[in-house]
Design a protein around this ligand. Structure first.
Ligand code: AMP
Ligand code: GLY
Length: 396
């Protein structure tokens, strides 16, 4: 089987790594990264450009395209591939609005009866201000006082998008992914992401600085998929826009029970890096079954143990990324038994260098989260580049 993975981050490296655990699979990536290049043929096509990706997939004669990031889905890559008769794991542009428009997500949740933060007619602290469209993690402001609310309203207006104000929820967060094909859903184990840049959840939001799975304080995922994912999938079907792909529910575990704070239309990054190594085999069968509309009767994948992912980011992340700084110690990190996924790297004169904000993900595995955490930090201790920053409390 030939598979093309679209994207170039740590999530895509983890997907390629998991797909490569199947015998007789030929892997391609667009555009990929130097880590992915060890497992797949990388092709220089921009992920967000259907006019480049669709002819590439057709020319390669791939049996399946797996789309990693949200941006290509929101602009209709999956639709364009399906029109060419190419099987794809990822939702249509219409269904991807569940992530692309927060107003649409709220409307679907209300119609489906899914518990979420209530919308506030009047902005008064404590509350959360959210820009409507994709804003790469920068369109959400948590406001606990008048001053932060004033700043949030100014920033939201400056983005030039519609925005809404909602109830501020308190509690630990949880990410739960369901592999979906229209009405069917297979739920994966829960994981937890660390969104803030600094230890102890201090500082600005990022794409995610680390993750772990399993999560001891999580309710059973079978309950969450019944109350959250399946009602949303049914509502999307009822509207004539069925969802095929990974439906990601970002939840807050409040005293009144789990509440949805966001949906994403793709695998989480860096949660995927802690999930896929826990599966006993490759994720290929599951993704191919969803893309073919054959999920009915497919059991959740066997999984065990624990995994912890620590992200090594560049000096000024999340304000800006950087490029061209040599990264040392990747082979040494892998030699400890940790998995080393490339998140933002490039090759320059035969050296692996930084190329982005989140640079390298080190994943430790073990019987328990504690053991996995020790393994992850032992691996990370080998990695070094100028300005490298990471959180030291992942999985703790
Ligand atoms: P989102 O992009 O919607 O996931 O929001 C980014 C982050 O903002 C979340 O991971 C939460 O930490 C926080 N957040 C979003 N919505 C709420 C809410 N209603 N109450 C409290 N925190 C929230
Ligand atoms: N880790 C958060 C996200 O993937 O959106």
């Amino acid at each position: 089987m030939k598979v093309l993975v679209v994207g170039s981050g740590g999530r895509e490296h983890a997907l390629v790594w998991s797909l490569a655990r199947t015998d007789a699979v030929e892997l391609h990536a667009a555009p990929g990264n130097p880590g992915i290049a060890a497992l797949a043929s990388c092709h220089p096509a921009r992920a967000e450009d259907p006019a480049a990706i669709v002819p590439l997939a057709a020319e390669l004669g791939v049996d399946l395209v797996v789309v990693g990031p949200e941006a290509p889905l929101v602009v209709g890559l999956a639709d364009a591939l399906r029109r060419r008769g190419i099987a794809v794991f990822g939702p249509s542009a219409e269904a991807a609005r569940i992530e692309g428009s927060k107003a649409f997500a709220k409307e679907v949740m209300a119609a489906a009866g899914v518990p979420t933060a209530g919308t506030l007619a009047v902005a008064r602290p404590p509350c959360v201000v959210k820009a409507d469209g994709l804003a790469a993690g920068k369109g959400v402001w948590v406001c606990r006082d008048e001053a932060s609310l004033d700043a949030a309203l100014r920033a939201a207006q400056a983005l030039g998008q519609p925005f809404h104000v909602e109830e501020l929820l308190e509690g630990p967060e949880l990410s739960v992914f369901a592999i979906a094909d229209a009405g069917e859903a297979v739920v994966l184990p829960a994981s937890r992401d660390y969104k803030r840049i600094g230890d102890g959840d201090i500082g600005p939001n990022t794409g995610g600085m680390g993750s772990f799975s399993p999560v001891a304080d999580a309710p059973p995922v079978d309950e969450i998929v019944e109350t959250v994912h399946r009602p949303v999938l049914r509502e999307l079907m009822r509207r004539g826009t069925p969802f095929t792909g990974c439906l990601y529910a970002g939840l807050m575990l409040t005293e009144r029970g789990p509440r949805v704070i966001e949906f994403n239309c793709r695998f989480g990054d860096p949660e995927t890096q802690s999930l896929l190594p826990r599966l006993e085999g490759s994720v290929l069968e599951l993704l191919a079954a969803a893309a073919a509309g054959e999920l009915s009767g497919v059991a959740p994948p066997a999984c065990g143990g624990a995994a912890v992912t620590v992200v090594a980011a560049s000096r000024d992340y999340p304000d800006r990324g950087e490029s061209g700084t040599t990264i040392a110690g990747l082979d040494e990190a892998a030699a400890t038994g940790a998995l080393v996924f490339h998140a933002g790297t490039a090759l320059q004169d035969g050296r692996v260098v930084t190329n982005g904000g989140r640079i390298i993900d080190v994943v430790g595995t073990g019987e328990t989260v504690e053991a996995a955490r020790t393994a992850a930090y032992a691996g990370l201790a080998c990695v070094d580049f100028a300005g490298m920053r990471y959180r030291s409390d992942i999985g703790g």
